[in-house]
Design a protein around this ligand. Structure first.
Ligand code: GDP
Ligand code: MG
Length: 176
């Protein structure tokens, strides 16, 4: 199953993926990773499924991601930083961009998951996006599941990706 991670540069997409797959957090900024995607096997009920998690190589800052990135996605994770209003405002942009580029047949029911990351930062003192506000956006946009995480402290990362996997499984298969 293919999962893609979108969101503004710097919100912690690569860190979330590394925490989930490798149980590692590195404080340095990494503009790029070597591979297009990382794989992780996960047990859901009685099924063993392989999640293929696609991360950008940092090009979300200055160019479009290309059709291969979006093609065949079963779930789209959109990440914002709870300490950065702009990254939250851009949820609309990333959702629209996904629907245009991936052009899934089931636009209304395609599974998205929204993740508010960096809840650990300054012990929460620098938070500007409330959980309430984020949940409202998710409700209005078709009841999208919402998680708040810290890739740094490994808070809620497994729970978020477990939900992602379940949602990816529920996506209707499309012939390509
Ligand atoms: P990306 O551009 O969305 O892939 O973001 P990165 O994963 O490269 O992270 C950008 C910066 O935010 C890096 O310096 C990370 O160390 C930092 N970062 C990522 N996740 C967290 C987090 O949960 N908490 C804190 N405090 N910093 C984080
Ligand atoms: Mg990155």
């Amino acid at each position: 199953m293919k999962v893609i991670i979108l969101g503004d540069s710097g919100v912690g997409k690569t860190s979330l993926m590394n925490q989930y797959v490798h149980k590692k957090f590195s404080p340095q900024y990494k503009a790029t990773i070597g591979a297009d995607f990382l794989s992780k096997e996960i047990q859901i009920d009685d099924k063993l499924v392989t999640l293929q998690i696609w991360d950008t190589a940092g090009q979300e800052r200055f160019q479009s991601l290309g059709v291969a990135f979006y093609r065949g996605a079963d779930c789209c994770v959109i990440v914002y930083d709870v300490n950065n209003n702009k990254s939250f405002d851009n949820l609309d942009h990333w959702k629209d961009e996904f629907l245009v580029q991936a052009a899934p047949r089931n636009k209304e029911s395609f599974p998205f998951v929204v993740v508010g990351n960096k809840i650990d930062q300054d012990n929460g003192e620098s938070r500007v996006v409330s959980e309430y506000k984020a949940r409202r956006w998710c409700a209005v946009n078709g009841n999208i599941p919402h998680f708040e995480t810290s890739a740094k402290e490994d808070i809620n990362v497994d729970a978020a990706f477990m939900n992602v996997a379940k949602n990816a499984l529920s996506n209707e298969p499309v012939d390509e």
